[in-house]
Ligand binder design. Structure first.
Ligand code: SF4
Length: 181
């Protein structure tokens, strides 16, 4: 492992992460010496949808020549974690629990694999609240640092215009389908 910030970029899908990955791969960000894209999204339902988003994420990482990792799909355990918040709206309490659940696992991945920081693209969608995402991440980070990076929005939009990404029309969980958020 090299000195400096060794970053785990926590990603929900290829369309949201495309700009951040390109930014890190081509220009870098201050102090980051290496990074890996982490796909840990047990919130996604159904499993067929999870597999589509994972396949698209891997395809994009391979095209960019960047390291990536995918962790377990423990949707039943995720359901237990958000129990009681099923009817929360998007940007409500269920989403705070969901973000923290995924960040907690990302922190463990970072620690176990020699990384010392995490960042994410969970807040890039116009449906998301970056402040909520940042708070969830900071609630589980300790010796592993959280970098609240503001990614280049124009770059993300440009890549999405030029790409034929598989694009979902809901955030991920079954509750976001029902409520069409
Ligand atoms: S709407 Fe999205 S962020 Fe919120 S709980 Fe569902 S999958 Fe998680």
């Amino acid at each position: 492992m090299t000195n400096g910030i060794r970053l785990v970029l926590v990603s929900c899908c290829a369309p949201c992460s495309a700009g951040a990955i390109r930014q890190l791969a081509e220009n870098g960000i201050d102090g980051v010496s290496e990074f890996v894209v982490l796909f840990y999204n047990p919130n996604i339902f159904p499993e067929a949808e999870y597999n589509k988003r994972l396949a698209e994420q891997i395809k994009y990482c391979k095209a960019c020549g960047v390291k990536y990792a995918a962790l377990e799909y423990d949707h039943d355990t995720w359901r237990d974690a958000v129990r009681g918040f099923e009817n929360s709206p998007e940007r409500g309490q269920r989403c705070s629990v969901c973000f923290a659940y995924r960040f907690k696992r990302a922190v463990k991945y970072a620690r176990d694999n020699g990384y010392n920081a995490i960042a994410s693209v969970f807040g890039v969608s116009r449906h998301k609240d970056q402040t909520q995402v940042d708070a969830a991440a900071m609630s589980v980070c300790d010796d592993i640092k959280y970098l609240p990076v503001k990614w280049d929005e124009n770059l993300r939009l440009q890549i999405n215009r030029e790409s034929d990404f598989y694009r979902q029309n809901y955030c991920g969980c079954e509750f976001s389908i029902r409520k069409n958020v």
